[in-house]
Design a protein around this ligand. Sequence first.
Ligand code: SF4
Length: 772
Amino acid sequence: MTTQQPEEVRDDGEPQEPQPTATRPPKDWAAGVPGIVHALVPAVRGMGAGRTAKLLLSMNHKDGFDCMSCAWPDPDRRKPAEFCENGAKAVTWEATPLVVEPEFWAEHPLSDLRTRTEHWLGQQGRLVEPVHKAAGSDHYVPVSWEEAFGIVADRLGGLATPDEASFYTSGRTSNEAAFVYQLFVRAFGTNNLPDCSNMCHESTGAALGETIGVGKATITYDDFALADLIVIMGQNPGSNHPRMLTALEEAKQHGASIVAVNPLPEAGLKRYKNPQTVRGLAGRGTELADQFLQIRLGGDMALLQAVSKRVLEAEAAAPGTVLDHAFLAERTSGLEELAAHLADLDEAAVLAATGLTSREIDELADRYVRADNVIVTWAMGLTQHAKAVPTIKEIVNLLLLRGNIGRPGAGASPIRGHSNVQGDRTMGIWEQMPDGFLDALDAEFGLQVPRAHGLDAVGTVEAMADGRVKALVALGGNLVGAISDTVAAEAAVARTDLTVQISTKLNRSHAVVGREALILPTLGRTEIDRQASGEQFVSVEDTVCAVHASRGKVGPVAPGLLSEVSIVTRMARAVLGRRPGGPGPVDWAAMERDYDAIREHVARVVPGCEGYNAKIRREGGFRLPHGPRDSRTFPTDDGRAHLTVNELAPVECPPGRLLLQTIRSHDQFNTTIYRRDDRYRGIKGGRAVVLVNPDDLAELGLADGVTVDVHGEYHDGVDRVLRGQRVVAYPTARGCAAAYFPEANVLVPLGATAETSRTPVSKAVVVRLEPA
Ligand code: SF4
């Protein structure tokens, strides 16, 4: 059944999130009994007790399904309940029996859907039938699968060149679906394969790829328990990968110290009440961060350089006692240049950039030098800055100085935010896959796929805006909701001739569409996938390169739903089948019939996946090979890890302005809004807020609780505005503000991207607040 809820709509017709009904001081601990209540009550209400028990108790288990939310890895020994509050919310959201009924489409024209918020759209239930919006119409109408694939084939076939289409992928997509999707896109004739990684950890891949030769984490799950020091930078594990708190608690129990570096004092960085222990339920829980560095936005690179400089000074004071000389000599290059560069580092500039004191930095450096094994872990608080790539290279510098890569308990640990975003990249979802991969595709399938690099996410939006891209196909996700510069991005999408969205539920990308649009509903992770050869499983890769199987546990929410693999392979047959030379050499039907056939191809094309069908059937799966982690071998141009010299470029913020970052609430996953609360930050009932330090409010002459319009300031002269935000006095770093993603994307210019990675700069937007 469909639901209709009251909704706030602006007088300009755009959706407007309500302001909160209450604000309270932020919490200083995470999880505990409230974590259980907020996981289970909505689950039982939304799915019923039986479905809840069946799904939650098989989630993240070796014979179960993989959580569709974040990419946090699984421990080898699993507990009966191997999920967190937000994993339970993700399952509840997907496995709801509520469906969008056929009459919904007549009741809600596009012009109505465009006024709805992400929260409302997501509440309407599962999509269960293909629908089509014809050019010039304001309504989606149900169509058959055959009609839908016929429309896609007709429109893609009518493009002047395959490069006029772009094919987006979300991080939920399985390895099997990702592999057939990139194969289809390349067989069609383009490398336009943007994905959600372009907007999050692209900076990580670029920095690690250049410095150590592999753009992925150099640790395993077990390394957390072996670390002496864990530095958590630009990351909010309590909300974005909550099971990490259990790993941090175990590390503390083994004697590790933790340093948190963040502009916001997040609850999950402070104290953890593990809901699976008596101490966590009835006691005080575990104190996490031993040191909290409340850094100014954009100050991380300066902090890292200052710590490395102190490490080098400690070595100079006591030669032979601090640096790992043997490792540096045998396995790295660039030490002399780095030392010379850091010798000139200006401490005053560091303090201005970081907002920290010299003593705070001294303390971190001291902890680093005293620790035998160090992990530095990070997320989008680092990756979404203009200088994100050099900042992450500075993490590598710091780790390499003391040999903290490629040994137990030590390493670089980017934490990916979406369950299979890393696996999708491994399977070839990238607009610039190396020629070796493309050569292997050609050899395996008898194809000649294009070599020219394609468009990334920002590039796709730019190309839609100027008419170079006329068709957008999206395998999951919500590109228009997630990308920067909402107004410009929505205008760009509206210029296209066709948008095709493969989805489980409604979001903004179904409301803001091309002249013609299709929605193709698909099975979720929780659902059993039956094909002609029998029940199928898929596979995924977590943030530490562990690959394992995922099996749906409940029947599809409606008959007639197709899996992502079915949709992609049938689309490929329809599109390629219309070509003059016929559909080509790929046996799409065989891969749909039995996913083992896909994995056989993967085994021959994707490095590290040899024997995939056998290895994926091992209990718990397998770990992809990783030279730096496994044997301290670095697949760079000279076979060494690179210490690099990076010029400091502090973020400037004029007087009377603030630096704003976009953040997620505790009740959201990417653009999916489960509820309008943010429990740990004390925000209830609304998301239209801007969090500002009380001293900054006093300086700006603004009071807590007033309503402001937030204006972005960028050198292109465009007035980007987030209207109607309630000011909340909040203990963020001085000079820094925060507002919720995706609403605040409207303030992030499309042209503001990180150097090299082109990730949108969402963590340092210059803004001014004006009373509304
Ligand atoms: S930590 Fe991440 S993967 Fe694990 S249950 Fe929670 S949301 Fe899912």
